[in-house]
Design a protein around this ligand. Structure first.
Ligand code: HEC
Length: 145
């Protein structure tokens, strides 16, 4: 058991960079849509990640930082306003696809956060919003991607 303990302790010395960068152009959606996205998606797809206690312990910390960085790169609701309209449209299509396939949030996240699973009604409301979501708004200031 000693070698295992040594590895576990040594692993804690390899830091994981948990970041919550400032929000630029957060998504503005109807409150119930924002509530569902915030509960089920924002931990990995926004800059408002709620880092649980085990996100401070390696190797969980490495896996979570990796997931969050990748998730934010694919789709970040905290910088929705900075996406070009065509990008926004594409990301909305992706969202529709993952909701229909029920593969987001990832299964391991649903195991750890049973409350994050979307109900059928919430999924239907999100799909409805995706179909009607405005792609451009007056306050748009696209800055990339
Ligand atoms: C535990 C973290 C996590 C949560 C929570 C999460 N995602 Fe993801 N998501 C990821 C990661 C990591 C990727 C990139 C790798 C991949 O595609 O699997 C991703 C990719 C995506 C993509 C783009 C790729 C594709 O398959 O089209 C979409 C769209 C997406 N997520 C939507 C959502 C939505 C909507 C929710 C909430 C209902 C959500 N995600 C919740 C981690 C997460």
């Amino acid at each position: 058991m000693i070698p295992v303990l040594v590895v576990v302790v040594a692993a804690q010395l390899v830091p994981a960079r948990r970041t919550n960068p400032p929000t630029k152009g957060a998504l503005a959606a109807p409150p119930e849509v924002e509530a569902a996205l915030s509960r089920a998606c924002y931990d990995c797809h926004s800059n408002a990640t709620r880092w649980p206690w085990y996100s401070h312990i390696a190797p969980a910390s490495w896996l979570m930082v990796h997931d969050v960085n990748l998730g934010r790169k694919e789709l970040n609701f905290s910088q929705w306003g900075s996406y070009y309209p065509a990008t926004r449209k594409r990301k909305l299509e992706w969202m529709g696809r993952v909701l229909r396939r029920e593969n987001m949030p990832p299964w391991y996240y649903r195991v750890l956060h049973p409350g994050a699973t979307l109900t059928d009604a919430e999924r239907a409301r999100l799909e409805q919003w995706i179909d009607s979501a405005p792609i451009t708004t007056a306050s748009d200031q696209p800055s990339g991607k």
